[in-house]
Design a binder for this molecule. Structure first.
Ligand code: ITT
Length: 198
C-alpha cells in the first residue's frame, strides 16, 4: 500500500479525514508524523485554489503523495464571509466565541436577510507535482440563533442543519461526517482511490 500524506494542521479536520478514509487502500500519515514543514501562505481567492496550493506545497516539501483540503463557512447575508478566510476571520488568533459574536452582531443588523449558509470543502491530491484528483463537497444549512453543542470544531456550534434539527456541534462525529462537506468530498476521493489503488 502506498503512503498518502493528509496535509492539514487542523486536528479536527485530521480526525474526520481519518474516520472517512479508514477503509481506503492507502497508508495514511498526517503532518505530526513527519518532520515539521512550515505552513504555506494561503494566497488563493477560492477554496479550490487554496486546496491545490496546499497539496502542491506539502507534496513538494515532503516528497510524498499528498491530499489537502481548503474549507470554510459561507454566509449569504454577509456576502459570502468568512469564506476562504474562515480560519483567520476577525484576527488569526481570535477565539470562536469572539467570531460567533461578530457574526451574530452583523446578522442582527440585517434582520430581514435570510440566515442561509453553507460549509464548502475543496479537496486536491498531488502526486509527483501533478494534481491527480480534485473534488468539492457542500452542506447547506442556517446560522443558529445562538451557539449550541460541544462536539465538532470551528463554526460547528452555530451551523444549524435543518434535516437533523440540530447544530453540527450537537450531533456525533459519525452523524456529522455522514452529511457534511468534508464527508462528501473525502468519500468521493476514497471511491476514486479504490478504483486506482488495486
Ligand atoms: P489547514 O489549512 O492546515 O488544513 P486550517 O484550519 O487553516 O487548516 P482552512 O484554511 O481550510 O484550514 O480553514 C478552514 C476553517 O474553516 C477552519 O479553521 C474552520 O474555522 C472552518 N471550518 C472548516 N470546516 C469546518 C467544519 O467542519 N466545522 C466547523 N468549522 C469548519
Amino acid at each position: 500500500m502506498r503512503t498518502l500524506l493528509v496535509a492539514t494542521t487542523n486536528s479536527g479536520k485530521l480526525r474526520e479525514i481519518r474516520a472517512l478514509m479508514s477503509d481506503a487502500p492507502v497508508q495514511l500519515i498526517g503532518l505530526p508524523d513527519i518532520p515539521l514543514i512550515e505552513e504555506p501562505e494561503e494566497t488563493g481567492t477560492t477554496f479550490e485554489q487554496n486546496a491545490r496550493l496546499k497539496a502542491k506545497y506539502y507534496a513538494a516539501r515532503s516528497g510524498l503523495w499528498t491530499v489537502a483540503e481548503d474549507s470554510g463557512l459561507v454566509i449569504d447575508a454577509l456576502g459570502g464571509e468568512p469564506g476562504v478566510l474562515s480560519a483567520r476571520f476577525l484576527r488569526p488568533d481570535a477565539s470562536y466565541s469572539e467570531r460567533f459574536a461578530e457574526i451574530f452582531r452583523r446578522l442582527d443588523a440585517q434582520p430581514d436577510l435570510p440566515r442561509t449558509a453553507r460549509f464548502v470543502a475543496a479537496l486536491a491530491s498531488v502526486d509527483r507535482d501533478h494534481v491527480v484528483y480534485e473534488t468539492t463537497g457542500v452542506i447547506e444549512g442556517e446560522i443558529a440563533d445562538a451557539p449550541r453543542g460541544t462536539g465538532g470544531f470551528g463554526y460547528d456550534p452555530i451551523f444549524f442543519y435543518p434535516p437533523y434539527g440540530q447544530t453540527l456541534a450537537e450531533v456525533s462525529e459519525f452523524r456529522k461526517i455522514a452529511v457534511a462537506h468534508r464527508g462528501v468530498a473525502f468519500r468521493k476521493f476514497s471511491s476514486w482511490l479504490k478504483t486506482r489503488e488495486r
